[in-house]
Design a protein around this ligand. Structure first.
Ligand code: HEM
Length: 133
């Protein structure tokens, strides 16, 4: 009667992160030939060596970014959610915390105040309400 529905856990232990391998950027930078290609996308390191020939966008673009941070070019293309899903297959670890740089094209997230009340109050006060229509 009062049984707890445990159907959500299938016992496969998915989502359990054991340990993360961290790579320094200088190490990633060495993997920049067609023999071995690593890329950084959003602070994660991907070994795309075996993906070179399969990439629908061609190997050239991957070679251009080899050993470097490809986050911006990856986003510029507007990759599909399928493409984002594929990333998982090539994930090998994270960028070492000491090498992480703030994301967002150099924008400092702390300077973004769009979630603050002051930012919106002017807009909210001047915006017509249904009463005004
Ligand atoms: C492991 C990383 C990557 C994966 C898994 C990936 C996957 C894909 C996939 C599945 C497509 C087909 C279109 C789509 O589904 O969005 C695609 C297209 C493309 N990708 Fe990537 N991609 C990766 C990295 C990159 C990078 C770093 C660049 C740019 C430097 C790039 C440039 C392109 C271009 C130019 C296309 C063709 C777009 C078009 O013809 O409309 N990709 N990629």
């Amino acid at each position: 009667m009062a049984a707890v529905d445990a159907s959500g856990s299938n016992g496969k232990g998915q989502g359990v992160e054991t340990s993360v391998t961290y790579y320094r950027l200088e190490e990633v930078a060495k993997r920049n030939s067609s023999k071995e290609i690593w890329l950084v996308i959003h602070g994660r390191v991907y070994d795309v060596t075996r993906f070179l020939n399969e990439h629908p966008g061609g190997e050239e673009v991957l070679l251009e970014q080899a050993g470097a941070d490809a986050s911006e070019s990856f986003e510029d293309v507007g990759h599909s959610s399928d493409a984002r899903e594929m990333l998982k297959q090539y994930y090998i670890g994270d960028v070492h915390p000491n090498d992480l740089k703030p994301e967002g094209g150099g924008k400092d997230p702390s300077k973004n105040n769009t979630c603050k009340r002051e930012y919106w109050s002017g807009f909210l006060n001047s915006h017509p309400t249904l009463d005004d229509v």
